[in-house]
Design a protein around this ligand. Structure first.
Ligand code: ZN
Ligand code: ZN
Length: 246
């Protein structure tokens, strides 16, 4: 009887241990650098995985614009592809940095493998925890291959008569955050001439450039009503070209 009990305990222990071992194995992309996106040497294809909270899907135009933006700058001979899936609402009134990291862990399926590089974008149904009445964040790049878009805020501040269209505001913030993933400004892709806005972190000092700091928050709304999606200026493009990009 005792012998049997020991055997059973051992079996349980082994199963538990086995499960633990599996759970602790989490693929990651922390070793990816901007040059892996920009250059075609190691990775020939980029797959962008979009996980959106139900009801907060980006427009097809935004997805197309993002692919056009990335294809113009990245050397990816096998192309830039997009996968999309919906996720249930996390039921939060705002998201912190650690909330976003946790949600990615829960929902991200694709990690870099072979010559395929992957990135993950969350489209969320609430704002950032550091939002104020005057300034709200539209998105953030928080990992080497990870972006979160505060899509509730994006949709609150676009699509109205006096507001930019959904497509313009969504594309602006998605492309801006990808700019950070690509190492802009002075954030893994070195500057060829000094154009960092030192008062505002890894942003460009040109107020018409996609990487200007205001592009990340609702402060930019008034500048986008004309309908043009901001683009990278020459200084930012030169930096990307010097780090393997097009
Ligand atoms: Zn930014
Ligand atoms: Zn710039």
């Amino acid at each position: 009887m005792n012998y049997l009990r020991i055997i059973i305990l051992l079996v349980i222990f082994n199963v538990t241990f086995g499960c633990k071992k599996d759970n602790s194995f989490k693929p990651n992309s922390g070793y990816i650098e901007p040059i892996d996106f920009l250059s075609g040497k190691k990775y020939k294809m980029l797959v962008v995985e979009i996980s959106y909270v139900q009801g907060y899907m980006p427009t097809q135009e935004t997805v197309n614009n993002m692919v056009t933006f990335l294809s113009a700058r990245l050397n990816k001979p096998k192309g830039v592809k997009v996968t999309m899936k919906s996720i249930p609402s996390p039921r939060k009134s705002s998201f912190s940095h650690s909330d976003v990291v946790y949600l990615e862990k829960m929902h991200r399926k694709h990690f870099p493998l072979g010559d395929i590089l992957t990135a993950h974008i969350l489209f969320l149904d609430a704002g950032y925890i550091q939002d104020t009445d005057n300034t709200k964040y539209l998105g953030m790049a928080y990992g080497k291959t990870s972006i979160a878009i505060f899509q509730k805020t994006v949709s609150d501040y676009s699509g109205g008569i006096t507001q930019p269209t959904n497509e313009v505001l969504e594309t602006t913030i998605v492309n801006h955050e990808f700019g950070h993933v690509l190492g802009l400004v002075n954030n893994g892709t070195s500057m060829q001439t000094n154009h960092q806005d030192n008062d505002h972190g890894h942003h460009c000092d040109n107020d018409t450039c996609l990487m200007y700091y205001k592009m990340e928050t609702t402060d930019i709304i008034g500048n986008l009503v004309g309908g043009n999606i901001p683009e990278l200026d020459q200084n930012c493009i030169t930096d990307l070209r010097n780090n393997g990009g097009k």
